[in-house]
Write a protein that binds this ligand. Structure first.
Ligand SMILES: Cc1cc2nc3c(=O)[nH]c(=O)nc-3n(C[C@H](O)[C@H](O)[C@H](O)COP(=O)(O)OP(=O)(O)OC[C@H]3O[C@@H](n4cnc5c(N)ncnc54)[C@H](O)[C@@H]3O)c2cc1C
Length: 349
C-alpha cells in the first residue's frame, strides 16, 4: 500500500487499525467499507440524537431543484448507493432501501417549459416519466401540472448507522496511535483546528412528522417541499407522513422553530387541502457546501489524518461513493476524484 505525500513523494503505509471520529452516515459508510477490507475499526462519537443523519428523511432523487436538473452523476451514484445499502440491509436482516414513485407539482408555469425541454432532450429517459395535466388528481392540486417519475428511493439512515455500529468497537476517546484517523463529525468539523479551513456552509433543516387522516397516497409528493408516506410495519402506506425540509444558512441553532413549522405546513397545504396534524417537529444542521459535493481526503500537513464531510441534501446518494473514494485513497493511495478532494481548498500552505 502506497500513499502520496504533499510533495508527491510515495511511501509505504501498512494500515491495519483505523479510528473514526463521529458516527453519522459518513462515519458508518467509511466503517462499512473498511470492515469489508478486513481492517480493525474503532469509533468515538458524541451520539447526538438530533444529528443530521438521525433527523434526515434519507431520500434519493434523480432530479434536483425547480429547473429539474438531473442529479450530478445520478445513475452511477444511485447504483453504488443501492448496492451498499442493500448489503448493510442484509446484515440488519431487513431491507433498509425502498423504491418509490414521485409526483412533482409545478410551482409556476415556467416549469412546464423547463420540463418539456429536458424531456425532449431525453434527459429523463431512464426515469419512466409521465406528464400530469393541470388540475386535481388523487386529492392533490397541480395548478400548473407536473409529472411523475421513478428512480427514487428512501434509505433508513438511522438503521444503517445502528447496523454498522454493531460491528465496530466504540471507544470513549481517540486511542493511542491508530494507523489513521478519519474525521466524520458533520458540520462540527468547522470548529476543529485541523479542519476549520474546509468550505462547509452549515444549513439548518426542519422536518415534521404528521398524520393526514384523509390522505392515502403510496408515492412521494413534492413542490419543493415534500410529503413522504411513512409505511406501516407491513409495508403499506397509511395516514402517517413526513413533511420537509427547510433550508436556512443563517440560523445555526439546532432547535425547531415556529417559522419552519408554519412554512412546511403552508407549502404542504398548497398540494393537499386536508387537515394535517403535527405529531413531532425536529431540526438538525447539515454539513452542506455551496458546490453541493462531499469533502473527502487527507490533511495536507498530517499524513494520518483524514476527513469525510460535506454531505448536504444529497448525503444518502453521494455518501457510499464518496466513502469508497476515501477508502481507496487510504488503502491504495488511489487519487481522489477532483470534485471531492478537500486538498483543493487548502490555503494555509
Ligand atoms: C431535516 C433534514 C432532512 C434531510 N433529508 C435528507 C434526505 O432526504 N436525503 C439526503 O440525502 N440527505 C438528507 N439530509 C441531509 C443528511 O442528513 C446529511 O447529508 C448527512 O446526514 C450528514 O451526515 P454526516 O455523518 O456527515 O453528519 P452528522 O449526521 O451530523 O453526523 C456527525 C456525527 O459526529 C458526531 N460528532 C460531532 N462532533 C464530534 C466530536 N468532536 N467527537 C465525536 N463525535 C462527534 C455527532 O454526534 C454525529 O453523530 C437531511 C438533513 C436534514 C437536517
Amino acid at each position: 500500500m502506497c500513499q502520496r505525500g504533499a510533495a508527491g513523494s510515495c511511501w509505504k503505509v501498512y494500515v491495519r487499525h483505523i479510528h473514526i471520529v463521529g458516527f453519522g452516515i459518513a462515519g458508518a459508510l467509511i466503517a462499512h467499507e473498511l470492515l469489508r477490507q478486513g481492517l480493525r475499526v474503532t469509533i468515538s462519537d458524541t451520539f447526538d440524537s438530533e444529528s443530521s443523519s438521525r433527523v434526515a428523511a434519507g431520500m434519493i432523487t434523480p432530479i434536483t431543484g425547480k429547473r429539474l436538473k438531473p442529479t450530478w452523476r445520478g445513475p452511477e451514484l444511485t447504483s453504488i448507493a443501492e448496492r451498499v445499502y442493500r448489503e448493510i440491509g442484509e446484515q440488519a436482516e431487513r431491507s433498509l432501501w425502498r423504491d418509490w414513485t414521485l409526483r412533482r407539482v409545478f410551482r409556476e408555469p415556467q416549469m412546464q417549459t423547463w420540463f418539456a425541454d429536458r424531456h425532449q432532450r431525453g434527459e429523463f429517459n431512464h426515469l419512466a416519466v409521465h406528464e400530469i395535466a393541470p388540475g386535481e388528481h388523487d386529492g392533490t392540486n397541480f395548478p400548473f401540472g407536473g409529472f411523475m417519475h421513478g428512480g427514487v428511493a428512501t434509505v433508513d439512515l438511522s438503521s444503517v448507522i445502528e447496523t454498522v455500529r454493531g460491528r465496530v468497537e466504540c471507544l470513549p476517546t481517540i486511542p493511542e496511535q491508530p494507523d489513521a484517523t478519519v474525521w466524520c463529525t458533520g458540520y462540527h468539523a468547522l470548529y476543529h483546528e485541523l479542519w476549520s479551513w474546509l468550505p462547509i456552509e452549515p444549513s439548518k433543516g426542519e422536518i415534521l412528522d404528521v398524520q393526514i387522516p384523509d390522505l392515502r397516497i403510496d408515492h412521494i409528493l413534492t413542490n419543493g417541499t415534500w410529503i413522504l408516506p411513512v409505511p406501516e410495519s407491513d409495508g403499506s402506506c397509511g395516514a402517517t407522513y413526513r413533511i420537509g425540509a427547510t433550508h436556512d444558512w443563517d440560523d445555526h441553532d439546532p432547535r425547531p422553530t415556529e417559522v419552519g413549522r408554519d412554512y412546511l405546513l403552508q407549502q404542504a397545504m398548497m398540494m393537499v387541502s386536508h387537515n394535517i396534524i403535527v405529531t413531532n417537529h425536529r431540526a438538525a444542521i447539515r454539513p452542506s457546501t455551496q458546490f453541493k459535493r462531499p469533502l473527502v481526503g487527507r490533511h495536507p500537513q498530517y499524513a494520518d489524518q483524514y476527513v469525510f464531510t460535506g454531505l448536504g441534501t444529497k448525503g444518502a446518494l453521494q455518501g457510499p461513493w464518496a466513502a469508497q473514494q476515501l477508502v481507496a485513497l487510504l488503502l491504495e493511495g488511489s487519487p481522489l476524484d477532483n470534485d471531492v478532494d478537500c486538498a483543493r481548498w487548502w490555503t494555509k500552505g
